[in-house]
Design a protein around this ligand. Structure first.
Ligand code: FAD
Length: 481
């Protein structure tokens, strides 16, 4: 179909104001933060901004009947090309549809449309003493719809889990335009074991099975107190032990973060006034809860970790906590500055590995970096084994771009070999589907058949999450990383 006709048809469904087709508009929707998007432009044919279930349903019926691809998009803050129309077609931008429909404080639930920004939601919930705990670093921009579609989380996943633990039900427009509600029509119960769990099927489906148009979340009471503990280690091996020992001591911090020597060096070069101690590793523990329990836990964690660490500092003073946290807060930015002509690339950047393999993995990643002559800065959520790696290359140098892709491939394969997964946070998108067979085995066939059933014409975000059918073995080539 000619673009002109496509635009006209969509204007007839939605009105002109909700259909963007100017070249500049389309270009603005052609990239995200991924390495793959850095080297390619995925320009959609048209962008639309629907703001009702009826509009979404009408567009999906039209797309289904005319075999047109549709890629849903929240804030476009993803790292995997997830919200990019890599096969062209329609980008459906849901970010402007940002109504919080109901805060049901008595049942500790909230119901909203997909475009609500995460930080805004928590600001509103704080008025009721409630919060939605998953906390991606992109909180100020990402949408709750994007979080549900990506099953996003952040540094507090150790204690609070990921988005999936909070989703009670969804309204979803299927690829053929049909509208369903998962989790029970009108159901407000917090516990629900009735029927197949379709809610979980759509959480983390990365926009490949339908458009999420309404979200019902359960909420938690907002903790009243918080404290930060910084521990410095002269031996990297001690870091995972210091995590385990705290768990064995019966304490579950809200987050446990690691900076290895590469991250410490990057932070000190970027902001010398932060002046982190030169060490093999620094761990930051965050504890939250009621004031008395946080005080006791802080003292207990200091005692336990103090048996291994060279130095430990614990604080509940807001000013000191923010000073202790500074190094972690700037790590991602600092990584990009370790080379004057370098940029941090988002490739092989969020593997998730078993806790007892963290040290070995960090060492191996350093070796892989050396092999390719690429500096890699390591940090992340050691509390749940979700390691962030930040390869730094000159993206203008085609040779380095190739090496960067090969390095990312090795990091992904390392994660699988260690009994982990290629992504603990950022998702699969277009850049990790090549590992699906290795990661899921025969379960991949079941995933493919679910996709075929719900989306028989493969119009819903094609080229994402699952490898193209017929590729029985998957590949480990570095293309796309
Ligand atoms: C600085 C920075 C820090 C980050 N930190 C984290 C982190 O700590 N943890 C983490 O998990 N991620 C993180 N991310 C990645 C990303 O921001 C999150 O996964 C985020 O939740 C994506 O939300 P979004 O609204 O930007 O979605 P998008 O990027 O627009 O979309 C993400 C995926 O969801 C699909 N989608 C979006 N909306 C819908 C919908 N309504 N229905 C169906 N499918 C939909 C898209 O098709 C795409 O596949 C970070 C990104 C940046 C740039």
């Amino acid at each position: 179909m000619q673009n002109e006709q496509l635009v006209k048809d969509l204007q007839a469904i939605l009105g002109s104001a909700k259909v963007l087709s100017e070249k500049l508009d389309l270009l603005s929707y052609s990239y995200d933060s991924s390495f793959m998007a850095r080297n390619n432009r995925f320009v959609p044919d048209v962008v639309i901004t629907p703001t009702s279930t009826e509009e979404v349903s009408k567009v999906m019926k039209y797309a289904f009947n005319n075999n047109i691809s549709v890629t849903p998009r929240g804030a476009g803050s993803g790292e995997t090309c997830g919200s990019l129309a890599i096969q062209g077609g329609i980008v459906m931008d849901l970010a402007t549809w940002d109504t919080i429909e109901e805060i049901d404080a008595e049942n500790m639930q909230v119901q909203m449309r997909p475009g609500v920004i995460h930080a805004e939601l928590n600001k509103r919930l704080a008025e009721y003493g409630l919060f939605f705990p998953p906390d991606p670093g992109s909180s100020q921009m990402c949408t709750v719809g994007g979080m549900v579609a990506n099953n996003s989380s952040g540094l507090r996943a150790v204690k609070y889990g990921t988005t999936e633990q909070y989703v009670l039900g969804l309204e979803v427009v299927l690829p053929n335009g049909e509208v369903i509600v998962t989790g029970g029509v009108n159901c407000r119960a917090i516990k629900n074991v009735s029927g197949l769990n379709l809610t979980k099927l759509f959480v983390g489906s990365e926009g490949t099975l339908g458009i999420i148009t309404k979200i019902r979340l359960r909420l938690w009471p907002k903790p009243k107190a918080r404290g930060i503990l910084m521990a410095v280690f002269n031996d990297l091996e001690q870091a995972p032990q210091a995590v385990l020992d705290v768990y064995k001591g019966g304490i579950l911090p809200s987050g446990i973060e690691i900076l290895d020597s590469s991250a410490i060096k990057a932070v000190n070069e970027y902001k010398p006034d932060i002046n982190l101690p030169n060490a093999e590793a620094i761990l930051l523990y965050e504890l939250d809860g009621n004031p008395a329990s946080v005080k006791w836990e802080g003292e207990e964690v200091s005692r336990i970790v103090g048996l291994l660490a060279a130095n430990v500092e614990w604080s509940t003073d807001p000013q000191r906590m923010s000073e202790l946290w500074q190094g972690r807060a700037v790590t991602a930015t600092a990584a990009a500055r370790v080379r004057e002509d370098g940029s941090r690339i988002f490739a092989g950047e969020d593997i998730s590995i078993p806790l007892n393999k963290v040290t070995e993995s960090l060492k191996k990643i350093k070796e892989i970096g050396k092999k390719y002559g690429i500096g890699v800065v390591n940090y992340g959520h050691i509390g749940d084994g979700n390691v962030h790696t930040a390869p730094v290359i000159n993206p203008e140098d085609p040779e380095e771009v190739k090496l960067g892709a090969a390095l990312a491939d090795e990091i992904h394969l390392l994660a699988i070999a260690m009994g982990g997964v290629t992504t603990g946070e950022h998702g699969v998108g277009a850049v990790r589907s090549q590992y699906a067979r290795k990661e899921h085995g025969a379960a991949l066939d079941v995933m493919q058949s679910i996709k075929r059933t719900l989306d028989p014409k493969n119009i819903m975000n094609p080229g994402k999450l699952l490898p193209e059918e017929g590729n029985k073995h998957g590949t480990s080539t570095s293309s796309g990383s």
